[in-house]
Design a protein around this ligand. Structure first.
Ligand code: 1GP
Length: 234
């Protein structure tokens, strides 16, 4: 496999353009937390306008910026972006979220910038999360199932990123550990419910990169900074 930017990452901050920041917190403050990259994305209420607003606000700060679009119609063309991380939900109930939306995007966008486009092989694990209902994901998976999904993502489908996604809730450590053991070359992302140093440290033991989302919107800068510290200590 080729060298990828995320080979050296420990921490990603995911900013949801549909959610507010806490009082007094700016996007610049979040960019300065020491996170390795910012992903701009969310599941509900995403528009080109709110995407552009967040990307523009982060653009002047020195942290790599990626868009994670939830559907083809919110992909923005902004040179401040290093690129696009495109989810494919391996345990989706509908093929639309595995390859269908992707096919539509490629069909309607004749100028797709392949050099800046990568995929993330998602395994969605929290049935309560919007992403799970939206994609009709089968979240009734045990550690062996998740390990097998991680393995097929890497070995059969050549995915460079496997993403165990517990969005909104803290995941099962054994399951993340199993995904970590199942992947060799792929980079394992973990996201969901990381809220302090200890929760970040727990998942950073098994995942290559931890993704922190809601904390930025709910708590702000100092809490995010602690998760960065844990990710770098692991
Ligand atoms: C969401 O994995 C990320 O896509 C992070 O999850 O918002 O629960 O931190 P949280």
């Amino acid at each position: 496999m080729t060298t990828c930017p995320w080979d050296d990452w420990n921490h990603i901050l995911k900013i949801d353009p549909d959610k507010e920041l806490p009082e007094g917190v700016t996007y610049g403050d979040l960019c300065a937390t020491g996170t390795d990259a910012i992903e701009v994305g969310g599941t509900m209420g995403i528009t080109e306008e709110n995407m552009e607003a967040v990307v523009d606000a982060c653009a002047e700060h020195d942290v790599p910026l990626y868009q994670e679009p939830s559907s083809p119609d919110v992909v923005i063309d902004n040179r401040a972006l290093e690129g696009y991380l495109i989810p494919s939900v391996f345990n989706a109930g509908s093929p639309f979220w595995i390859t269908g939306a992707h096919k539509e995007w490629v069909r309607i966008d004749s100028n797709l910038d392949w050099d800046r486009t990568w995929t993330e092989a998602y395994i969605v694990m929290n049935p309560e999360a919007d992403v799970a209902t939206y994609t009709e994901a089968d979240c009734d998976l045990d550690a062996d199932d998740v390990a097998a999904y991680a393995q097929i993502a890497e070995r059969m489908f050549g995915q460079e990123i496997v993403y165990v996604e517990y969005s909104g809730t803290f995941g099962d450590e054994e399951i993340v550990e199993a995904a970590g053991e199942a992947t060799e070359e792929a980079t394992l992302f973990y996201g969901g419910g990381i809220h302090d140093y200890d929760s970040a440290a727990t998942m950073a033991r098994h995942a290559d990169v931890i993704v922190v989302g809601d904390l930025a919107h709910d708590e702000g800068v100092e809490a995010v900074r602690q998760t960065v510290e844990a990710a770098n200590d692991a």
